[in-house]
Write a protein that binds this ligand. Structure first.
Ligand SMILES: [Zn+2]
Length: 206
């Protein structure tokens, strides 16, 4: 089994700049993210330390964070013990580029709506399907996470149960399309030519 090389991860990011252009910063090194973390904690969406250490976040807040920036909880292309492995980093970038596309289709709408549970569930479910497509591309359909377990992850985004149930239904529908050989997300569609060439050495299924 071949694991991604660091230069592949970096090249993938550069390639995805052609899909949605973003800045890239390490979250824990950014003062403004400490402010955002406190705000999210106040809204009851996520605990401050969890947000800073456990999650990568993509934001565009007019007047505060521009252009759209991906704040990672890892240094891209660098694997550290207990940290994100390089495949997880690739999936994370593809996921966050999907958020960048959601943002560029209406940034103010995204910021305002992300604070509401049903929209948050919608945005996340349409970004986590990118992770499913990545796993399916590399390992095959059996590697895609169970839709109910995937939807349950939205609990840590403080989504309401009704929205989590809706997300589970969305995953079931979209995963079926992926299993049938379809491409669901714009992010994966943009990335696939890179995976099929420069990333081909890490693929486990024909
Ligand atoms: Zn997300």
């Amino acid at each position: 089994m071949a694991n991604p090389r660091s230069e592949t991860v970096l090249a993938m990011y550069d390639f995805m700049q052609g899909f949605e252009r973003t800045e890239l910063k390490v979250k824990s090194e950014c003062e403004e993210m400490v402010v955002v973390a406190s705000l999210l904690d106040c809204f009851g969406i996520i605990k401050k330390d969890t947000f800073l250490n456990d999650y990568t976040t993509t934001l565009n807040i007019p007047g505060l964070i521009e252009p759209t920036t991906i704040f990672t909880n890892f240094k891209l292309g660098v694997e550290v013990p207990g940290g994100r492995d390089l495949w997880t980093q690739m999936r994370t970038i593809a996921h966050e580029k999907m958020h960048a596309r959601q943002i560029s289709s209406g940034v103010l709408v995204f910021d305002a709506r992300y604070l509401e549970s049903p929209y948050r569930a919608w945005y996340e479910s349409h970004a986590f399907i990118v992770n499913c497509e990545m796993d399916n591309w590399r390992w095959g359909p059996g590697a895609m996470p169970d839709p109910d377990l995937l939807a349950a992850r939205l609990k840590s985004y403080a989504c309401k149960q009704v929205d989590i149930d809706q997300a589970a239904a969305t995953y079931k529908r979209l995963q079926w399309t992926v299993k049938m050989g379809g491409i669901v997300s714009e992010s994966f569609a943009a990335l696939k030519p890179f995976l099929d060439t420069e990333g081909a050495y890490i693929r486990e299924v024909a």
